[in-house]
Design a protein around this ligand. Structure first.
Ligand SMILES: Nc1ncnc2c1ncn2[C@@H]1O[C@H](COP(=O)(O)OP(=O)(O)O)[C@@H](O)[C@H]1O
Ligand SMILES: [Mg+2]
Length: 231
């Protein structure tokens, strides 16, 4: 597993955010830190195909992804959790998990999931798993049937995180996953990242490195326009 960025450049008008950055990211957990406005979200959006690079190359496992649309990149096994959760207020938590996990998706997918929960074995297993999951910790009282519109920002971040972890994606790009969640939820998320990083590439960005030092294999700092590996 290898995500390679070569000489990536991104400008907004005359303002240069990424000035020819190059990186090789292997399986494991990688943290990107930097002040507001340094370009963390821009970097992640360029990788996920949400915005186009002005120059340079990005490859996943040797295949170029520059010019592909977000859904095409996602089909290569990459999930991107945006800084502001892009979730649908009228859909339930389980609907979101079904949409992002082929294991949980069923042919009878229905916005009213109650029928399926009783029938579908994977959903039953999932329900059990949820009892100890990040959603429970985030105090979502009905983690299967609650609609997203009823949740706080931090609870939405927890749903977003659960979707990424429970997806089959090999590359996880998590833009500020810990924003708005309390320390217990954050620690639980870090535990999931520690468990999952062996077989996946997990890229996380946040403002400052906090107490994550044992979870992340590599830490990059993003001074304006640039990127420097600090560990
Ligand atoms: N779509 C856009 N149009 C113009 N400027 C943008 C756009 N997106 C981001 N920027 C600017 O690019 C810089 C980097 O933004 P961003 O990647 O969101 O930073 P970070 O995520 O590190 O806070 C900021 O100065 C921001 O205002
Ligand atoms: Mg950002």
């Amino acid at each position: 597993m290898l995500l390679k960025i070569a000489d990536a450049t991104k400008k907004f008008g005359t303002f240069c955010v990424l000035d020819g950055i190059s990186l090789s990211i292997k399986a494991g957990a990688h943290l990107f830190v930097g002040d507001n406005g340094c370009g963390k979200s821009t970097l992640f959006k360029c990788i996920a195909g949400f915005i186009k690079l002005d120059g340079g190359q990005i490859t996943i496992d040797g295949k170029t992804i520059v010019g592909l649309l977000p859904y095409q990149i996602s089909r290569l096994g990459l999930i991107f959790n945006t800084q502001q959760p892009l979730l649908v207020d009228d859909l339930t938590v389980i609907n979101h998990l079904q949409l992002t996990s082929s294991k949980l998706r069923s042919r009878n997918w229905d916005a009213n999931c109650d029928v399926e929960v009783g029938r579908d074995r994977s959903l039953q297993e999932f329900r059990h798993d949820m009892e100890i999951s990040v959603l429970k910790m985030a105090s979502i009282s009905e983690p299967l049937t609650e609609k997203l519109g009823n949740l706080s920002f931090g609870q939405k971040k927890a749903v977003q995180f659960a979707c990424a972890i429970r997806s089959q994606a090999r590359y996880l790009l998590l833009d500020e996953p810990f924003a708005g969640v309390d320390k217990n939820v954050r620690d639980l998320m870090l535990g999931y990242i520690r468990e999952e990083k062996q077989n996946r590439t997990i890229m996380v960005c946040e403002h400052r490195e906090k107490d994550n030092s044992k979870v992340f294999d590599e830490v990059y700092e993003m001074p304006l326009k640039n990127i420097v590996k600090i560990r």
